[in-house]
Design a protein around this ligand. Structure first.
Ligand code: DHB
Ligand code: MG
Length: 225
């Protein structure tokens, strides 16, 4: 992967070397989620650490993730769960889901995490009908950014006041600030960000980030009464 800005990447790596000990399980999940070697659809190690810490702050016992990929972010999130905690992660691509199950088993998280294969919209509809406990923490990182907004509408009813919702790729190289964008992967995020801002039950903001993935960011929302 070629970082877009070498200084950002160097400092990102400096931070990661300081705070993220060598971890064969995470490294393998990272390798398997970069099949093309050119772009990183995964979160970075420092973003993983941040998600882990946010999950601990939430004292999350039930986590929902949308967009599992090879399970890299899943491992960071699930490792913040207490022994009686549980995580559900949704993945469209069966090959990715199989890969994630392997990595989760190797991480000793095979029983703590359930990987649901299929269209996230269908799985969320099933969860809503199935009387699941509300989620304490939700992480959205599905590849199809045009689904962010419709998924949000389905997620909020599965939460409780105090639930933290985090979404990756909120900045997209700064393109979200361009009102003339036509690329669906950007307009999808713009629509999602605007919906977070307008939602009567969400308090939200966006943190922009630079690092080994270039220039992007995460949206954060807390569910209100
Ligand atoms: C890309 C990056 C992501 O974090 C993601 O979730 C999807 C796509 C990308 O760089 O194209
Ligand atoms: Mg992402």
């Amino acid at each position: 992967m070629k970082p877009k800005n070498q200084h950002w990447a160097t400092v990102d790596t400096y931070i990661s070397n300081l705070f993220n000990p060598q971890d064969d399980i995470l490294d393998a999940a990272m390798r398997d989620s970069m099949p093309s070697g050119t772009s990183m659809h995964n979160i970075s190690p420092n973003q993983g650490k941040l998600l882990h810490m946010l999950t601990l702050l939430c004292k999350a016992k039930n986590i929902l993730e949308i967009g599992t990929f090879a399970g890299y972010s899943t491992i960071w999130l699930a490792r913040a769960l207490p022994d009686d905690g549980h995580m559900i992660t949704l993945e469209y691509n069966p090959a990715h889901a199989a890969l994630a199950r392997e990595h989760l088993a190797r991480a000793g998280l095979g029983t703590r995490v359930t990987v649901h294969e299929g269209d996230a919209r269908d799985t969320l509809a099933q969860l809503r009908n199935g009387q699941t406990d509300p989620f304490d923490m939700v992480f959205i990182d599905i590849d199809n950014k045009q689904l962010y907004l419709p998924l949000l509408e389905q997620i909020v009813p599965l939460t409780h006041p105090g639930t933290l919702i985090v979404a990756d790729n909120a900045i997209r190289d700064g393109r979200v600030a361009n009102p003339n964008e036509t690329d669906g992967s950007v307009t999808g995020v713009q629509a999602f960000n605007a919906a977070l801002a307008a939602h009567p039950r969400l308090m939200a903001t966006i943190v922009q980030m630079v690092g080994i993935k270039g220039w992007d960011g995460i949206a954060l929302a807390i569910v209100q009464e």
